[in-house]
Design a protein around this ligand. Structure first.
Ligand code: ATP
Length: 824
């Protein structure tokens, strides 16, 4: 089969499986090692077949590898993890150490499907020779750690009816927009032009409060509950009233673009800012004399300045860019600003925008005071400015941010009776949950099986047209997004590509071939090397079933802004099935239609981020599914965090659980009938080997795979301290993980030139200087990222958390993520 010499030993040896094989070839050391491995396997198989119980050893002696730039020494074999249960310290075997062997001469059973799959999983790792470099080719199904969790008896079934939604519009006849104080004109516009019949619970609470008085407010509600309109509606309503008053008093015709800037909305990402501006634009169609615009960077400042000069009433901005304009754009007069909204306030804080926000607030205060002194305020304009903070998740940072910009803020939350729930018992005021109707599950997948399991999972999800229209897969870093995009994009080149598709689907009929040909013709990029950053979407050969095409997309902060925008727009408009591979740039606030599945392939760095990620589905009362991939061992402890997402946990609603075996069977054995019980292993192995060969075939791809692996490990080291017991880098089996990046080399020897530093960013200056806000001079004065310290956290814990945040910040810069959040 393979030119890499991998032998898949599917048939039972004639001498019987319990007879010891003979060892030939290689050096005496290799023969001895192989003999020992086979003897060990032989003993275990005998014990199992004779019913003898083998007590698993819980620890393995770790072999340490020093992965450059990772900081702490990381062990290639994790501590305290049961990798096969009875294995002595494993010395990685390297194919280059062997002399060339024929398939017949290869003895250690790498992948040995037998009647007892447990036995096959205990079989030894296998090495093979390759022309040239040293390679480790391990079997996918051997030495995998065993899971520590069991499916719960009362788990929510996939096909079960969803629970009552908690973020849907209200259904009572009494709950109308007009009953909240919204004018008939605006309410009619909402109904007729935006198809919004009734407010959601948070809109009901926020609109009535913000129309009633000018107190600062903190709006907190689940993801997808309509918070954007919850703050936009009262602002637009108040401005429409102001305009009507001016007309009545004959002060002026009405409010127009030169009347002044009345409201500023700040958001942490450009994508979110654009989305808010779009909702606002739709709203303002019924008040065309009000003008809104965005200043978010990513385009020439000159054109932003020109728009500001023309006059605007509402501004949507990212903090860095706004601070910059406040300093350098004279035309920007903020003396009339009476509403300041900080959307995703906790994120703004977390990414170190505190200084910019302080600068902005200070500037607004000064200009407002100066204007008052000049007694030239517009009649009817509120005396004081209202600051509104909006987020689905609340942390200490947000409260700190509140202290600098919010005074005696009213905490606005949905009335529990409106969302069919009892009042939530608050623990330190920090309770936030996933939407009730969201079906959550977790997949326990060993590191080696991650890549094939992801492909299988997505194949299964998109198998039936209409079952999943759109999915988002969250990946920790941009390099890894690119690597997985290249694979899903079907960029496996010619024969290999065909083999991978066949491996994952079985042989094709001529009709199938035709449909695949049609798919191929859609491919817009070169087949030879990793796709260029200019390609962000393409038909996915590997995911597309015979009946329809699945398009794969990628999105991360290292892409040029114009491309980020066009990619999202394309994904949004695409009416056919599509999957978006994205970093956390897509986790906050984005309202992408028809997303019915979120996959957290890499768990989020913190629970709050996880809630925002899964909140991209199950929005505004619609159904949705979310699945998180966890590795066997300590990561499975994260299920407790998943349980804490649910208000209904006490009602016995549990989180569904899937195993890699199940995922592979469902995704790869598409005929529905397995030829034998181990067919899925064969298919998974073929798929994995094809991808490995594809990666090996080009130095550029290999480098991309290495880069992805290293960035992934770096990212892994940046989980918040509070969750590091689940995501413990010392427990990470780097060798096994490397396989999920199609690598056949030791992590310790890996050299990755040119790790991503934010390529594709328009602003190439260092993050420090970019921190000045675009046209900055000198070094940044940005403060260190502040922490989400729980009350009573001790000094040691605080230090740990600080370190984690710093590491995360450093990683973000390294991985080009800083630009995702416009840290400059
Ligand atoms: N009253 C309503 N009736 C029906 N749909 C609504 C209503 N209000 C908002 N929506 C829709 O709900 C979806 C989510 O709204 P929005 O993006 O404002 O949620 P959010 O609470 O800000 O979410 P996140 O926390 O993820 O940012 C949007 O598609 C929006 O059009």
């Amino acid at each position: 089969m393979a030119d890499d010499g991998m032998l898949l030993n599917f048939s039972l040896p004639e001498s019987g499986i319990l007879n010891k094989p003979k060892f030939k070839g290689g050096t005496w050391k290799d023969r001895l090692t192989a003999k020992k491995a086979a003897a060990n396997w032989h003993t275990k198989a005998t014990q199992r077949l004779t019913g003898e119980v083998v007590a698993p050893k819980t620890s393995t002696k770790a072999t340490e590898v020093n992965l450059t730039e990772l900081g702490p020494r990381i062990q290639s074999t994790p501590q305290n993890l049961d990798y096969g249960g009875d294995r002595p310290a494993k010395k990685p075997r390297v194919s280059g150490d062997f002399q060339s062997k024929t398939a017949d001469e290869t003895e250690a059973p790498a992948f040995r499907p037998q009647s007892n799959s447990n036995v096959s999983k205990q079989s030894g790792e296998k090495q093979a020779t390759s022309k040239g470099g040293k390679q480790i080719i391990s079997s996918l199904f051997s030495y995998n750690p065993t899971s520590t969790t069991k499916p719960e008896a009362k788990s929510r079934d996939e096909d079960e009816a969803p629970l009552e939604p908690s973020n849907a519009p209200l259904t009572s006849e009494l709950d109308t927009f007009t009953s909240l104080g919204i004018s008939t004109t605006l309410a009619t516009h909402l109904l007729k032009k935006m198809d919004l019949k009734a407010p959601t619970a948070i809109q009901k609470a926020a609109v009535s409060q913000l129309l009633k008085d000018d107190s600062d407010a903190y709006i907190q509600a689940e993801t997808g509950s309509g918070k954007t309109l919850a703050y936009l509606l009262p602002i637009v309503q108040r401005l429409m009233e102001l305009s009507a008053n001016m007309k009545k008093r004959k002060v002026d015709d009405a409010v127009h673009r030169d009347s002044g800037l009345f409201a500023i909305i700040l958001a942490p990402t450009r994508e979110l800012s654009k989305q808010i501006a779009q909702v606002l634009g739709n709203l303002l169609r019924c008040a065309h004399w009000l003008v809104a615009t965005t200043v978010i960077g990513g385009e020439k400042k000159k054109s932003e300045k020109a728009r500001l000069r023309k006059g605007i009433n509402i501004l949507v901005a990212t903090p860095g860019r706004l601070a910059d304009h406040l300093e350098h754009t004279k035309a920007l007069d903020v003396s009339n600003v009476r509403w300041l909204v900080l959307d995703e306030g906790d994120r703004l804080m977390e990414l170190g925008f505190e200084e910019e926000i302080q600068k902005i607030v200070g500037n607004l205060n000064n200009r407002m005071k100066a204007k008052k002194d000049a007694a030239s305020a517009i009649p009817g304009l509120p005396e004081k400015r209202t600051t509104v903070l909006c987020s689905a998740t609340m942390k200490m940072d947000v409260e700190r941010l509140g202290q600098i910009s919010l005074k005696d803020a009213v905490h606005i939350r949905p009335d529990p009776t409106d969302i069919g729930q009892d009042a939530v018992e608050e623990k330190d005021g920090q309770e936030f949950f996933a939407p009730a109707q969201l079906k959550q599950s977790f997949a326990v997948v060993a590191p080696k099986l991650r890549l094939v399991s992801l492909i299988s999972f997505l194949k299964r999800a998109f198998a039936r047209k209409g079952s999943v229209m759109k999915a988002i897969v969250f990946i920790s870093c941009a390099d890894s997004v690119d690597f997985h995009f290249d694979i899903l994009a079907g960029n496996l080149e010619g024969e290999e590509e065909k083999k991978a598709i066949e491996a994952s689907e079985g042989p094709k009929t001529s009709d199938d071939e035709q449909s695949k040909k049609a798919l191929k013709s859609k491919k817009p990029f070169s087949q030879s090397d990793p796709t260029k950053l200019t390609v962000t979407h393409t038909a996915s050969l590997i995911l597309s079933p015979k009946t329809h095409t699945v398009t794969t997309y990628r999105l991360h902060g290292s892409l040029p802004q114009a491309l980020r925008t066009s990619t999202l727009a394309h994904f949004t408009k695409n009416k056919d099935p599509a999957v978006l591979l994205a970093t956390d740039v897509a986790s906050r606030g984005l309202d992408l239609p028809n997303v019915d599945l979120v996959v957290e392939f890499d768990p989020a760095f913190a629970r709050e981020d996880h809630l925002h990620r899964i909140g991209r589905t199950a929005r505004a009362g619609r159904d949705g599914r979310a699945c998180i991939f966890l590795m066997p061992g300590c990561e499975e402890g994260y299920v407790d965090v998943l349980k804490s997402d649910r208000k209904d946990a006490e009602m016995g609603v549990s989180i569904g659980r899937q195993d890699a075996d199940e995922i592979l069977k469902k995704g790869l054995v598409t005929s529905g009938v397995m030829k034998d019980r181990l067919e899925y292993m064969e298919k998974a192995t073929d798929l994995q080997l094809t991808i490995e060969r594809w990666a090996l075939a080009s130095p550029a791809r290999l480098e991309a795979a290495r880069r992805a692996f290293q960035s992934h490990v770096r990212a892994y080291a940046t989980h918040v301290a509070a969750e590091r017991s689940y995501f413990n880098i010392k427990q990470l089996h780097l060798g096994h993980l490397a396989k999920a990046f199609a690598l056949r080399e030791r992590p310790s020897g890996m050299k990755v030139p040119g790790l991503r530093t934010g390529a594709g960013r328009e602003d190439k200056r260092p993050a420090k200087i970019r921190g000045q806000g675009g046209e900055g001079k000198g070094a940044s004065t940005r403060k260190k990222v502040e922490l989400d310290l729980p009350e009573g956290a001790d000094v040691e814990e605080a230090a740990k958390m600080r370190k984690a945040v710093r590491a995360r910040e450093k990683f973000m810069r390294h991985a080009g993520l800083a630009s995702e959040f416009n840290l400059g």
